[in-house]
Design a protein around this ligand. Structure first.
Ligand code: XMP
Length: 324
């Protein structure tokens, strides 16, 4: 795509001009936006970019390994993988309120990133003066319209807002003129794997908001397995790209079932899939019943701790895409 090739060249020139001989820090979330920003900046300034991946232990099955493999091994981008599962899960102990979950995760995320940034600043190569963010055009618009507007917060979205000011860094935002589909096109242009570029959006607080009620490591493990089976079925059916977001949620409910000669008393998994163009409104995806039956059977057979699967047929509004 010639437009993206041109954009790539211009963006690289702009990054070089802004950064000069300086160093840039970039937080990777595992999502498309921060990944594209990082690869683009790396192409512009090489190893003067350092990435920080705060792994809060609330990612999907195999996701953290995939990020590390892609950035450190494939692209050779200096990457600090901060394994902070213990820290996050202990802070979330006893927390069941969705907004408290978001605030707790957001605060810890910033503190963890901050601490890692301090270490990087002391590695003898000079402190980074720039912080890269994968801000898109819609984010720019949204943050403008938020100021002064009526503020009814349905869900506080966690991001690293406030971080650059606190750390006294200038922002590098090479994607701020792009829409999501353009970021995907740029990702392809930069050679990011299709499976990575075409990914569904994933919320910053991760599985914490797909595990309504109290979060435990056991529940997260069950959820990760159920979610992986569900997505595997969606991919096999060739439906992944038609869907905006699909995921499993682990309900804080146990139900009675039968397995062989015995009675089971296990968790209920809710499957969700929606179509949407921007996440602001969404329709539930009208799966074929055979598909749902297949996914449910596989989840119950393959994931210990689950004996019932339900499908969420709520659109947005009145529902939200996530359960919390
Ligand atoms: P809702 O659930 O509000 O979600 O319909 C709309 C879109 O936003 C994502 N989402 C979040 N993303 N932090 C994020 O970074 C959050 O706290 C958060 N909550 C929801 C959700 O996955 C969907 O794409």
């Amino acid at each position: 795509d010639w437009t993206m090739a041109a954009f790539r060249g211009e963006a690289i020139a702009a990054i070089r001009k802004q950064v000069g001989e300086g160093r840039v820090l970039c937080g990777l979330s595992g999502g498309v936006d921060s990944a594209v920003a990082a690869v683009l900046i790396h192409e512009a300034i090489g190893d003067r970019l350092t990435c920080v991946f705060v792994d809060h232990g609330l990612l999907r099955l195999g996701e953290a390994e995939e990020v590390v493999r892609l950035f450190r091994d494939h692209y050779n981008i200096p990457l600090h993988h901060v394994e902070a599962e213990e820290l996050f899960l202990s802070a979330l102990e006893g927390v069941d309120d969705p907004e408290v979950k978001r605030k707790t995760i957001g605060r810890l995320f910033i503190e963890t990133f901050d601490a890692e940034a301090k270490k990087i600043a002391e590695d003898g190569r000079g402190a980074p003066q720039f912080l890269a963010q994968g801000t898109l055009y819609p984010d720019v618009i949204e943050s403008v319209s938020f100021t002064g507007g009526p503020s009814v917060t349905i869900k506080s979205h966690h991001n690293v807002g406030g971080l650059p000011e606190r750390m006294n860094m200038a922002l590098v935002e090479p994607l701020r003129e792009l829409f999501k589909d353009e970021v995907r096109a740029l990702g392809r242009e930069l050679g990011l794997p299709e499976a990575f570029v075409g990914r569904h959006p994933f919320p910053g607080p991760g599985l914490a908001i797909r595990c309504p009620g109290l979060i435990t490591r056991e529940k997260l493990d069950i959820l990760r397995k159920a979610d992986a089976v569900y997505l595997d079925e969606i991919r096999k059916a060739g439906l992944y790209d038609e869907i905006w977001q699909a995921f499993a949620a682990l309900l804080p409910v146990r139900s009675v079932g039968v397995m062989g000669d015995g009675r089971t008393y296990d968790y209920v998994v809710a499957l969700r899939a929606v179509t949407s163009s921007d996440g602001m409104t969404a329709d539930f995806y009208p799966f074929d019943m055979n598909f749902l039956g297949r996914a449910a059977t596989r989840i119950i057979n393959e994931v210990r701790g689950v004996n019932r699967v339900v499908y969420d047929v709520t659109s947005k509004p009145p529902g939200t895409i996530e359960w919390e």
